[in-house]
Design a protein around this ligand. Sequence first.
Ligand code: ADP
Length: 229
Amino acid sequence: MNEFLAILVHELRNALAPVANALLILRLSQETDSPVSSKARGLIERQVGHMSRLLDDLQEISRIEMGQLRFRPGLVDLREVVKTSVEAVMSTHAHHKHQVSVTLPADPIWLDADAIRMEQVVVNLLSNAANYTQEGGSIAIVAARAQDRAELRVADSGIGIAPELLPHIFDLFVRSEAAREHSRQGLGIGLNIVKRIVDLHGGSVEARSAGPGAGSEFVVSLPLVTSAA
Ligand code: ADP
């Protein structure tokens, strides 16, 4: 199954590459762009981008399943991870006009972690918060030290999660009906990746929600490096 997935991802990526290249050529030869063709091109560009992100996620799953996840731990300040991720996600969701608040302590939160993977965790949680929160809703990100743990909370005022779904929300390909209605894109892979990466770092992640329409909160807890200067 994993080998099949890896081959499938590879083949689909190869099929998509010439489409992306052709789009680039079209964009560079703008003189032939009528309003209609430029609108069509924009649509194709968005969908190619979306497909390529889905392929990235699928590739990640197949890598994790085959034990091939590249993992380079080092000393990482969780505050920096949060800052980079907030910038990356919120710039692509600016049109949703969310009220975003970020609360970080004055001192570093040192983790023994793979910085890129940690960013993937925070980006996935933030993207979900942005995707499943109505325009103008609020998103709050808090990173803090709690004794020998680092804690990251991503809370939103969005569509929420039904109680019966909460225990399964980190399973592969699980999506709520409300999520499908709210955003047709998505495969239900992101949270599974989050959980696997957090587990690999000796941490835990928990989802909380008072139910549909009541917002959601994701809490990540990770071992803190206390001896770092
Ligand atoms: P995707 O977002 O592509 O569906 P994820 O694995 O990231 O995949 O999330 C799985 C499901 O968990 C979503 O489809 C949605 O039902 C639910 N979910 C995740 N984050 C949130 C959130 N912040 N608010 C409400 N539901 C969420």
